[in-house]
Design a protein around this ligand. Structure first.
Ligand code: NAI
Length: 421
């Protein structure tokens, strides 16, 4: 039996059904899998993936395995694992998985270790926990074997660029997040829709008529603000970047500091990548019954220790994913999913149609790393432009959308215009 640590093997049938359902919406990845099956570009290569264990990720790791890779998968978030998917991957598709929904921190890191045990050459990360472990514990050993690593998300790319800046990065990494076909769609439409979905599933509240406060107007925040407005909410944006704040204002949202938004909001959601965006001084001003969630970075965007300290009583799980914090004056603040990513904890993460593009980039960039055997400078690299454009072209093709092509005359004109002639 392949090495694994999952919750419940009996969930395999449900997992297979859901993975196949997601696959229907992942035509670009399917096309890559069919080619990988024929060409085996990853033959015999050990690949470790630390990603949310969801139906879409299952289709990525199936693609890598179809390319001939030996794959091990662990979770990039202890709450996002779908146990039926883990069961299906192990017992139906024969892929090693180490992930259990709700695992404690020790188990989470043991599972990362299990993925590193077989000395991977290529890694896929979402938040850079696996790469961080390689840097912290295996700088002189396993890190030296790595050809390259793919990083899925904004936070991970920020961590990796910080390492690069300090001269501490040990191997080449590719910022999947920074590819156009990733953040323009995944962060905006994927996080936008699934964050609202998570809040609705956790609370069953009617969004129409609510005041929703969005902290951060980056790619994810924009998507969420747009969807909340579409549901009939009054949306307030808080920002620290004057350009993003101006954009939010011109997109028709109210913009103000969190201190002023705190007494107005019914639902708060942080999506910034920053720490302590909502703090005790804000909880102090919130309405009784305010709902607070995060869809950004781990569980640090809301000052939960601060809220714990303020509360005179905490009632856990008043509904699944909802903890009630009762303040000394009797007001309640409802914290969703312990401040972890609400779209993954209470909903199902990004819909397959956007993950199709992100994971096509992961698979093709992995192939690119394998082809070049990691022969790149040690740096944070962009995904090659031709991969990004190919993904967009095929996605359009699968949607039945045709576009114009430049004529020879137009190509010449634009080229000469570029040269300023
Ligand atoms: P981004 O960099 O485009 O946007 C972040 C925005 O937050 C920036 O405009 C920044 O000025 C603002 N910000 C920073 N500190 C702030 C503060 N204290 N108050 C208000 N605004 C503040 O990043 P993006 O792509 O929107 O990602 C945001 C976060 O969401 C990251 O942590 C990323 O890893 C995470 N993410 C979560 C996903 C999910 O599935 N829930 C999916 C993709 C990204």
């Amino acid at each position: 039996m392949i090495p694994h640590d999952i919750k419940d093997p009996s969930l395999v049938e449900m997992g297979v059904k859901r993975i196949e359902w997601a696959e229907r919406d992942m035509p670009v990845l399917r096309k890559i899998r069919e080619r990988f099956e024929r060409e085996k570009p990853l033959e015999g290569i050990n690949v470790a993936a630390c990603l949310h264990v969801t139906t879409e990720t299952a289709n990525l790791v199936r693609t890598l395995a179809a390319g001939g890779a030996n794959v091990r998968l662990c979770a990039s978030n202890p709450l996002s694992t779908q146990d039926d998917v883990a069961a299906a991957l192990v017992h139906h598709y024969g892929i090693s998985v180490f992930a259990i929904k709700g695992e404690d921190t020790d188990t989470y890191y043991q599972h990362i270790e299990a993925c590193l045990e077989f000395d991977p050459k290529i890694t896929h990360d979402d938040g850079a926990d696996l790469v961080a472990t390689l840097h912290e514990k295996y700088a002189d050993t396993k890190a030296k074997n790595i050809w390259g690593s793919m990083e899925e998300t904004t936070t991970g790319v920020i961590r990796l660029k910080a390492l690069e800046k300090q001269g501490k990065l040990l191997f080449p990494v590719f910022a999947i997040n920074d590819a156009m076909t990733k953040h323009l769609f995944d962060n905006r439409y994927g996080t936008g829709q699934s964050t609202l979905d998570g809040i609705i599933r956790a609370t069953n509240r009617l969004i129409a008529g609510m005041t929703v406060v969005v902290a951060g107007y980056g790619w994810c925040g924009r998507g969420f603000a747009m969807r909340a407005k579409g549901h009939g909410a009054r949306v307030i944006v808080t920002e620290v970047d004057p350009i993003k704040a101006l954009e939010a204002k011109m997109d028709g949202f109210e913009v103000m500091p969190m201190e002023k938004a705190a007494p107005l909001g019914d639902i708060f959601c942080t999506i910034t990548g920053d720490i302590n965006v909502i703090r005790p001084e804000h909880f102090e001003k919130m309405k009784d019954g305010a709902i607070v969630a995060n869809s950004g970075h781990f569980n640090v965007e809301i000052d939960i220790p601060g809220l714990e300290k303020m509360a005179k009583e905490v009632r856990r799980q008043v509904r699944p994913f909802v903890d009630q914090y009762i303040l000394p004056d009797g007001r309640s603040i409802f914290l969703l999913a312990e401040g972890r990513l609400i779209n993954l904890a209470a909903a199902e993460g990004h819909p397959a149609a956007v993950m199709d593009m992100s994971f096509a980039l992961q698979a093709l960039t992995g192939e690119y790393v394998a082809k070049n055997k990691g022969n790149f400078p040690v740096a944070v690299h962009n995904v090659p432009e031709e991969i990004d454009r190919w993904v967009a072209e095929i996605k359009l093709e699968t949607m039945g959308v045709e576009i114009d092509k430049l004529t020879e005359e137009q190509k010449k004109y634009l080229a000469s215009w570029d040269m300023g002639t």
